[in-house]
Every structure is written in structure tokens, then in C-alpha cells.
Design a protein around this ligand. Structure first.
Ligand SMILES: CC(C)(COP(=O)(O)OP(=O)(O)OC[C@H]1O[C@@H](n2cnc3c(N)ncnc32)[C@H](O)[C@@H]1OP(=O)(O)O)[C@@H](O)C(=O)NCCC(=O)NCCS
Length: 241
């Protein structure tokens, strides 16, 4: 199990610092919409839970993979480990996260950090896939071992990327929009001109959501049945003027 206290000290994402977190959250407070708060180490198990319960093209992936932690070990935990200052949660009344947005302002840097710092921590838990593993597990194991799949040709204006997941009980009512806006602001503060997301074609609901919150399809090729969307941040919009 990764030690995320150590991560909080060592994670390269921490370079942005708490002051920047505070700036983003101050804006949220001003708007009177504070159930979004920065990620804390104590949120980690809730993050794993949310990731698996929304990980089957937006539906519940419980029981779909041999190792129940695999999905989050690819799509959630490395972000809170490597980029804690770009991780935000939506807490319920008991302060337990029921949704999150995680990501990086610099995908190329994240890919390097994943290979150098994240892979070595977990590689013994996830050996490279062999022909006898079920197809879905095999694909995910392949994704785990090859972070370079995240490098998209033609996405230079959108160096940041994110993952957002909310439990079904808390979807709707603007929670997703609030998380997205928080991330976009934080990515802009970190200097990113734009943010991209990669969405499985099968996740039909997510496509409508991203378009509604300002993302546009990017004309770039990608592996698998997915669509890439991009949205400029304030930094990118100023640069485009
Ligand atoms: C996708 C997800 C993050 C969206 O969050 P949400 O809380 O349901 O969305 P919101 O209520 O914030 O919706 C924001 C806006 O998008 C609109 N919207 C949401 N889903 C939509 C859809 N399928 N089609 C069109 N518009 C949609 C809302 O009406 C709202 O519009 P408004 O702000 O103008 O009123 C959430 O449903 C989720 O976590 N799903 C499961 C996991 C998942 O699929 N994650 C994405 C993986 S790529």
C-alpha cells in the first residue's frame, strides 16, 4: 500500500503549494459553493471506492477485474500521489468524498513521473499481462505498464488532463460542473493553456456532460474506441486573443 504521507512531501505535484490551493478554494467559497475541497491523504480509500463504482464506462465495475484495486491504481491513485495539489473531492455531510476530480497540468511530466516513481512502487503487484489473463484485465494491465499511451500527438494546446468520477447518488445538480471548474482554475494557476479528457465512446452520458461544460472534440487520433475533448483555460484563452 503506498504511503501517501510520504507522497504529500515528495510528490512533484506539490510544487504548486498550498497557497495556490487556497486561491482556488477561496473562489469557490466566494461563490457559496463549498462542497469541493482539496484532497487529503485520509480520502484515499474513498477514492478507490468511487473509482471502481464508476469505472465501467460510468457504471459500476465492482467484480469486473480480478484485482479490485487495479482501476484506481491506474486512473486515480497515481494522480493523488504525484499531483496532490491538483486533486479535489466533493465531500458528503460526514466529509467523506462522494466524487473527485484528479489530473495533471503537464501530461508529459506526469508520464515521466509515473514511470519513474509510480510504476516501481506497484510493479510487483501487477506483473505484465500474459495470454491467460481475461481480456479486460489484460488491457488494463497493459495500460498500467505503459503510461506513454497518455501522450497524444496534436494535443499541445491542452497539456493538462483530468479524471472525474462521482457516485450515482451525487451525480447531477451541478456537482460535476463544480469539480470541473475547480480543476480548470487550478490547471490555469499551474500554467496550463488547456485541459484534455479521453472518453470511451461507450460512456454516452459523459460525452453530453463534457460538451455542456465547454469541452470540444479534438481532431486527434488515439488508441481504442475513445474521443478526446479539449477546453482552453484562462491562460490558453488569453494566449489565443
Ligand atoms: C460525468 C459526470 C462527472 C457528470 O457529473 P454530474 O454531476 O452528473 O453533472 P452536472 O450535474 O454537473 O452537469 C453539468 C451540466 O451538464 C449537463 N449534462 C450532464 N450530463 C449530460 C448529458 N448526458 N447530456 C447533456 N448534458 C448533460 C447538465 O444538465 C448540466 O448542465 P447545466 O449546468 O447547464 O445545467 C458524472 O455523471 C459521473 O461521475 N459519471 C460517472 C463517471 C464518469 O462517467 N466519469 C467520466 C469518465 S470520462
Amino acid at each position: 500500500m503506498p504511503n501517501f504521507n510520504e507522497a504529500a512531501e515528495l510528490g512533484p505535484g506539490n510544487w504548486q503549494g498550498l497557497a495556490r490551493h487556497a486561491g482556488v478554494m477561496a473562489k469557490a467559497t466566494h461563490e457559496g459553493r463549498l462542497p469541493v475541497r482539496p484532497y487529503r491523504d485520509s480520502d484515499l480509500e474513498a477514492i478507490y471506492d468511487i473509482c471502481v463504482r464508476t469505472g465501467d464506462n460510468g457504471g459500476d465495475a465492482t467484480g469486473k477485474f480480478e484485482n479490485p484495486r487495479l482501476l484506481a491504481d491506474i486512473f486515480a491513485a497515481p494522480y493523488v500521489y504525484l499531483e496532490p495539489s491538483l486533486a479535489f473531492v466533493l465531500p458528503d455531510a460526514a466529509d467523506r468524498p462522494v466524487g473527485y476530480v484528479l489530473g495533471t497540468a503537464n501530461t508529459a511530466g506526469f508520464v515521466r513521473a509515473y514511470r519513474e516513481k509510480w510504476l516501481p512502487r506497484l510493479v510487483s503487484r501487477y506483473p505484465a499481462p500474459t495470454p491467460d489473463v481475461p481480456v479486460r484485465d489484460g488491457w488494463m494491465l497493459e495500460a498500467f505498464h505503459r503510461p506513454e499511451r497518455m501522450l497524444l500527438t496534436g494535443a499541445d494546446d491542452f497539456p493538462a488532463h483530468l479524471h472525474i468520477d462521482i457516485l450515482p447518488s451525487h451525480q447531477g445538480g451541478g456537482n460535476g460542473r463544480r469539480l470541473i471548474e475547480t480543476f480548470i482554475d487550478a490547471a490555469a494557476i499551474a500554467g496550463a493553456s488547456g485541459v484534455h479528457v479521453t472518453v470511451a465512446v461507450a460512456n454516452t452520458r459523459a460525452h453530453g456532460f463534457y460538451r455542456r461544460v465547454g469541452f470540444e472534440p479534438l481532431p486527434i487520433a488515439s488508441e481504442g474506441p475513445v474521443v478526446n475533448y479539449g477546453r482552453l483555460t484562462e491562460v490558453g484563452e488569453k494566449g489565443a486573443m
